[in-house]
Design a protein around this ligand. Structure first.
Ligand code: NDP
Length: 253
């Protein structure tokens, strides 16, 4: 017989839900029956998304402890899934010319932010009896490329925090997973990286027949989260066919 608890919809938090992979993931999870808490800093965007998918918008800066505490308060005592997607790259200077502040910001959002949100929501994930944490890493967390050290170091951090957490939670009812996408053409990722320079952002994807799009990654995240509770997809690397390896990209024209 179903109890009020088991009859309640599953819940998910998606950070960085205001654009790109996060917004697409929120839509995918809502379609799979989750009530989604859409968290990001830009209020209008998440309110619009939450209205579209019947979720809840929560303004949250993952690098700010008070903001993260307010998110946990809003979510309440029980949570089924957490997608730590908020992240990004800033700049692409070689190490010899690195901007310290850009490096700090990348570590802050991709590693410390992820930790703060995870720490705050872990009790609720455990309380669900079958929680899932899915961290959005990157192939930048697998390999090095010139000019990428600040971002690759941070995304290697995302990967290792994920592995560590899985060990620490080995006897808890919480899966810990990572998806590592390669080249995904989202509206803002490269624009943010190059500080609004649209030409440099476009050059990243120039001539690539079909880079991944946000929906491709969201589809994979949805699949990972909806496996049975005993199935932990430790890590999933996903690239466009045109990107055989980080440096080996098929471009036409
Ligand atoms: P976007 O730039 O479109 O999305 C980044 C999201 O993070 C935005 O919704 C932004 O919202 C949010 N965000 C940024 N800073 C904060 C913060 N301090 N607190 C809360 N939210 C924040 O990029 P993508 O969708 O492409 O990337 C999503 C994730 O995927 C990132 O972790 C990225 O590193 C990773 N990734 C992307 C790849 C790509 O090629 N695009 C490849 C591999 C991984 P807001 O500004 O409203 O807060």
């Amino acid at each position: 017989m179903s109890t009020p608890e088991t009859a309640a919809p599953r819940t998910a938090v998606v950070t960085g839900a205001s654009s790109g992979i996060g917004a697409a993931t929120a839509r995918t999870l809502a379609a799979a029956g989750y009530h989604v808490f859409c968290a990001a800093r830009r209020v209008e965007r998440i309110e619009e998304l939450a209205a579209e998918i019947g979720g809840t918008a929560v303004v949250c800066d993952v690098t700010d402890a008070a903001s993260v505490a307010a998110l946990a308060e809003r979510v309440g005592p029980r949570l089924d899934a957490l997608v730590n997607n908020a992240g990004g790259a800033f700049g692409m200077r070689p190490v010899a010319e690195a901007d310290t502040e850009e490096w700090r910001r990348m570590y802050d959002i991709n590693v410390i932010g992820l930790m703060q949100v995870t720490r705050a929501l872990l009790p609720a994930l455990i309380a669900s009896g079958a929680g899932a944490i899915l961290n959005v890493g990157s192939t930048a967390g697998r390999t090095a490329y010139e000019g990428g050290a600040g971002y690759t170091a941070a995304k290697h951090g995302t990967k290792v925090v994920t592995e560590t957490l899985r060990l620490e939670l080995f006897d808890q009812p919480v899966r810990v997973m990572e998806i590592a996408p390669g080249m995904v053409r989202t509206e803002e990722f490269s624009l943010v990286r190059f500080d609004g320079d649209q030409d440099r952002a476009d050059a990243v994807y120039a001539g690539v027949p079909e880079p991944l799009v946000a929906e491709d990654v969201a589809d994979a995240i949805g699949w990972m989260l909806t496996r049975p509770a005993h199935v932990n997809v430790d890590e999933l690397v996903i690239r466009p066919r045109a990107q055989a390896a980080q440096h080996k990209v098929h471009r036409v024209g």
